[in-house]
Write a protein that binds this ligand. Structure first.
Ligand code: WT7
Length: 686
């Protein structure tokens, strides 16, 4: 039974949760030295002493580990009867079946009752200065009621196209409260990209704001939605909140949602909203991400396993302690925002920071000014921003008091040693551990990171290092290709590189690709049957630590944003003057990778290359997003191809890195002269 929010009786019996855990684990009453102190739910696990042993047990006896943690960390309305039912070879992943819960109750109500004085969200708006909000439960309930009144039902999918702001978080949680799935689309995506995601998700409701504000610039989000609507006939209603004072044109489909001023739709709603009782494996959200081929895929995450994994990794990777202020500067439009701005911190009852701005607005001291003002304890950001700030110099950091910082995190792309060391030495004053966290949209939460481990365990710069509890990484041979697919054996030795796979399921992993389970199997489980294939390569050191070496497929990472080269080529090829194109990534000193496009024009086309470049850049920004727009466009007469007609991307990648020594075997090339032309064209462009 759910008690309504605002009710003063004790709603979440954390003591009850503890009791069930204790009985499950047959706690004997003897305390379990440091492990018990570190992870209370581990108390009683036989023979466990030390975090390494706990990790070992989380893999060798993963069912009892996850069952214990799930009972302890989540609040259930009905306990689960089956811990897991997984078969990786078929892409079948189910956790905690039989269990019922509500994610918003786990993120809000239970903490409102146990620590009502604690602030849930701090909104660091684009304008310097900040605004504090602690009425997230009320806002979520009103929104949940509003959505319900407008016909949004359990199982529906609501698209959220908003900047990082409290109402966006409340929208996500409101969906969770009433059992609808959300589909957050990054507010930097174009109308076409938004429309494609709305159509694929079969969303009939959209939530947006009139305008966004980032880095002092206004973006016309509502107008972008209007454009997207022209190709989304199934959308019945668009809720529009006001982020700025500028009115926007409303249509019959639009519903003004603002709390203040004349439009009081949300204020009409009750502050009590009965939470839907959800099954563990009901869908919590879809999140679109790029693959190496075809359209972006809508990865599906479900309720209990995802929430548990986000919460547990948040607590242990960052050494989060109750009362800490957690500052993850990711946008809510990415998985990092989902797991470490919203769900992980809120499930742990943390105060979480919503960062709406950019690292250099209004000046390069923005992050550290915020750390000082908000007294942030854990700071989590992307290497691209660290590299950018490093160039501005130490004075922007040293101006501010960063003594509250305890852990620094890095995510999204490899962090080079120079950036790592600057982050550690300057930002963290050499006293905060830097955790380089490797994970993906698909994994739901952090899988490899230096912590948890013993507090004084070594951290090697630029290495993600150690698998999290329950994560069992393996490296696979990438040399063997059968029927055009990578296939290979598990590499057991250390000091070796291979394809990074996971040998065991974990609760946070994605369950399917929306409407395309076959693609899910083909992409992740077919390359190495019985294993989850990440798409990344990794190196395992002599000591057994992991270092991510980068994608093995045609996915590139621009400022931590993942994009398939095929998606960009698709847009470029739509230009009537273009015969074909090939896009590759190249090393970029700030962005990590930049976009380099080779373009072959149709015969007889006579255009100014500079004009066409501008046109192609515009097309990519318009069809995908600005960050995907090529940094370089090289026009070529032809592309290097194999005799069977496949573009040799490997060769193009070497050319753009100016690694002519590394061109490798060119014997399968159809016409070796094509490579020389490409090299000359590249040199001219630089
Ligand atoms: C891809 C996943 C993880 C959430 C944000 C990105 C790359 C991610 C690291 C890291 C090296 C990393 C991988 C991965 N990546 N973290 N610490 N070191 N590479 O999520 O958009 O799903 O992208 O980002 O290539 O496969 P995503």
């Amino acid at each position: 039974m759910w008690l309504p929010c605002g009710c003063t009786s004790k709603y979440v019996a954390s003591s009850f949760a503890r009791r069930t855990l204790a009985s499950y684990l047959h706690v004997s009453g003897r305390s379990r030295c440091n492990v018990a102190a570190f992870m209370p739910e581990a108390a009683g696990l036989e023979g466990v002493s030390g975090r390494a042993a706990l990790r070992e047990l989380s893999v060798s006896n993963s069912e009892s580990f996850w069952a214990a943690v799930a009972r302890h960390r989540l609040c259930w309305s009905t306990p689960f009867h089956t811990v897991q039912d997984c078969d990786l070879s078929r892409g079948k992943i189910k956790w905690f079946e039989g269990g019922k819960l509500n994610v918003s109750v786990n993120c809000l109500d239970r903490h409102v009752h146990t620590c009502p004085e604690r602030v849930a969200l701090i909104w660091e708006r684009d304008e310097r200065g900040w605004c504090c909000t602690d009425e997230l439960l009320e806002m979520t309930c009103r929104l949940g009621n509003l959505l319900r009144r407008h016909g949004v039902k359990r199982g529906d999918c609501v698209t959220i196209y908003m900047p990082t702001c409290p109402l966006a978080v409340a929208s996500m949680l409101a969906c969770a409260r009433i059992g609808a799935a959300h589909n957050v689309v990054f507010a930097g995506f174009s109308a076409d990209a938004l429309a494609e995601r709305i159509r694929d998700a079969q969303s009939s409701t959209v939530i947006t704001v009139n305008q966004g504000v980032r880095g002092g610039k206004v973006t016309e989000l509502k107008k972008t939605v209007d454009t997207a609507m022209q190709s989304c006939p199934t959308v019945k209603q668009v809720f529009v909140a006001m982020r700025t004072d500028n009115p926007v044109t409303m249509t019959a489909r639009d519903i003004a949602m603002e709390e203040v001023r004349e439009q009081k739709e949300m204020l009409k709603e009750d502050v009590v909203c009965e939470p839907a009782v959800m099954n563990s494996e009901d869908v919590l959200f879809l999140l679109y991400t790029s693959g190496s081929t075809g359209k972006p895929k809508g990865l599906v995450h479900t309720q209990a396993g995802y929430l548990l994994y986000a919460a547990l990794t948040h607590r242990y990777v960052f050494s989060y302690h109750d009362g800490d202020v957690f500052g993850c500067v990711a946008d809510i439009g990415w998985i990092t925002g989902h797991s470490y701005v919203v769900y992980g911190p809120l499930a742990n009852g943390a105060t979480t920071v919503l960062f709406e701005s950019t690292p250099i607005y209004p000046d390069p001291g923005r992050y550290w000014d915020m750390v000082e003002r908000l007294k942030i304890n854990q700071f989590y950001g992307a290497p691209t921003a660290i590299r950018l700030l490093l160039k501005y110099g130490d004075q922007w950091v040293n101006k501010y008091d960063r003594s509250t910082l305890k852990t620094l995190g890095s995510v999204g792309e490899p962090i080079n040693t120079e950036a790592w060391e600057w982050y550690h030495r300057v930002v963290g004053d050499g006293r905060c551990p830097v955790v380089d966290t490797w994970w993906q949209t698909e994994t739901g939460g952090i899988c490899i990171a230096p912590r948890p481990s013993d507090p004084d365990a070594e951290i090697v710069p630029g290495m993600a290092m150690r698998p999290f509890f329950g994560i069992n990484p393996v490296l696979m041979d990438t040399e063997v290709i059968v029927f055009g697919f990578l296939q290979g054996e598990v590499l057991t030795s250390n000091n070796t590189s291979g394809a990074l796979c996971m040998a065991q399921p974990w609760p946070g992993m994605a369950r399917t690709i929306h409407n395309n389970h076959q693609r899910f199997i083909d992409t992740y489980f077919q390359p190495y049957p019985g294993y989850f294939f990440t798409g990344d390569g990794a190196y395992r050191s002599e000591e057994g630590y992991y270092q991510i070496t980068g994608r093995l497929d045609d996915v590139i990472n621009v400022s931590g944003h993942r994009i398939g080269t095929a998606e960009i080529e698709d847009v470029v090829n739509q230009c009537p003057a273009v015969a074909e194109s090939a896009v590759v990534g190249y090393t970029h000193s700030i962005k990590g990778q930049g976009v380099y496009a080779f373009v072959v024009l149709k015969k007889g086309i006579d255009v100014q290359e500079a004009d066409l470049s501008r046109q192609l850049n515009g097309m990519v920004s318009e069809k995908i997003a600005k960050y995907a727009s090529p940094d370089f466009i090289q026009f070529a007469k032809r592309l290097p191809k194999t005799r069977s007609g496949k573009i040799m991307r490997r060769v193009l990648r070497k050319v753009v890195e100016s690694d002519l020594e590394g061109l490798g075997d060119l014997s399968t090339l159809d016409d070796p002269a094509a490579v020389q032309e490409i090299i000359q064209g590249h040199e001219k462009l630089l």
